[in-house]
Design a protein around this ligand. Structure first.
Ligand SMILES: Nc1nc2c(ncn2[C@@H]2O[C@H](COP(=O)(O)OP(=O)(O)OP(=O)(O)O)[C@@H](O)[C@H]2O)c(=O)[nH]1
Ligand SMILES: [Mg+2]
Length: 305
């Protein structure tokens, strides 16, 4: 998934560079999500603008969870987002409040990979400083961006390769608008300027090669594993806990209704019982009075005459 403000070159990068260089066995589907910034980047007005993107990521988790819960789990289609490139505008300053907010919201649900958009608009020195500021901001705000893990048991070559990838984060990228003919039948992807050509696939020009290497060669399985075992698992646990809490609440509500009904019935029964008792007493008294009248009168007559 690619996310970022409008016009930062998301479609250019994801549409061409990432998909055309993919090995034929792997299919990468790019989802583009735009951040609409209103006014002057006043993020009070943008408070909830991350929500459709988060919803999209979570809806994909839900779809996966549904399939896992089915009886027939043979053909599970995994449409979860395994990597999210977050495009940072090449301002040269620092992360904007909206970037911080956005990245914080997404980091717990997706492998977040920060990239500096249109890095051809900055000098090498500016870029170096900008990267450091972004990293400082990321650590100050405790944003959990994707960290390629290092394994001590890996061979030195892999460890070195890994180090080089990590050292490029946040990746400075350039999107090519066209293929440039550089003569001798050689065509390169890049951008042409009066002062020269920026090559997308040249590691000295930008970090695109390293980013692509990480995404589809060295860390694809890692990214998928982290999504499944950490990000999805934590979402699933939260979802199930919520479901459990909902069930417990429903159960408590049902019990309350049941108890109230029982109490009501009991009160009614007590009332009926009291009425019956009262009636019974009344009838007994009436009967006793009748009997008294029957026996007392003749006896009186017989004895005192
Ligand atoms: N200088 C420079 N321009 C770029 C780069 N990538 C893209 N552009 C140009 O920036 C403009 C916007 O690029 P898009 O790829 O359409 O940007 P987007 O992020 O998809 O924009 P929305 O779809 O509106 O969100 C186009 O004119 C591109 O040619 C880059 O790396 N450097
Ligand atoms: Mg676009």
């Amino acid at each position: 998934m690619v996310v970022g403000e409008s016009g930062l070159g998301k479609s250019t990068l994801a549409g061409k560079e990432l998909t055309t260089d993919t090995p034929s066995t792997v299919e990468i589907q790019a989802i583009s999500a735009d951040i609409e910034e209103n006014g002057f980047g006043d993020f009070i007005n943008n408070e909830e603008c991350w929500s459709p993107i988060l919803e999209n990521i979570e809806a994909r988790f839900d779809a996966f969870l549904d399939q896992e819960n089915r009886v027939n789990r043979k053909r599970i289609v995994d449409t979860r987002v395994h990597a999210c490139l977050y495009f940072i505008a090449p301002t040269g300053h620092a992360l904007k409040p909206i970037d911080v907010e956005f990245m914080k919201k997404l980091a717990g649900r997706v492998n977040l990979i920060p990239v500096i958009a249109k890095s051809d608009t900055m000098t090498e020195e500016e870029l170096k400083n900008f990267k450091q500021r972004i990293l400082n901001d990321i650590s100050a705000h405790k944003i959990n961006i994707y960290q390629p893990p290092t394994y001590e048991n890996d061979d030195p070559e892999t460890i070195q390769e890994n180090k080089e990838i990590v050292s490029r984060i946040p990746f400075a990228v350039v999107g090519a608008d066209r293929d440039i003919d550089v003569g001798a039948g050689r065509k390169i992807r890049g951008r042409k300027y009066p002062w020269g050509i920026i090559e997308v696939d040249n590691e000295d020009h930008c970090d695109f090669v390293k980013l692509r290497q990480m995404l589809i060669r060295t860390h694809m399985e890692e990214l998928k594993e982290f999504t499944n075992e950490v990000l999805y698992e934590s979402y699933r646990t939260k979802k199930l806990a919520e479901l459990g809490a909902k069930m417990a609440k429903m159960e408590a509500e049902m019990k309350a209704v049941f108890d109230a009904k029982v109490a009501e019935k009991e009160a009614k029964l007590r009332q009926v019982e009291e009425e019956l008792l009262a009636r019974h007493r009344e009838m007994k008294e009436q009967l006793a009075a009748k009997n008294k009248a029957k026996t007392a009168v003749p006896a009186k007559k017989g004895f005192f005459k």
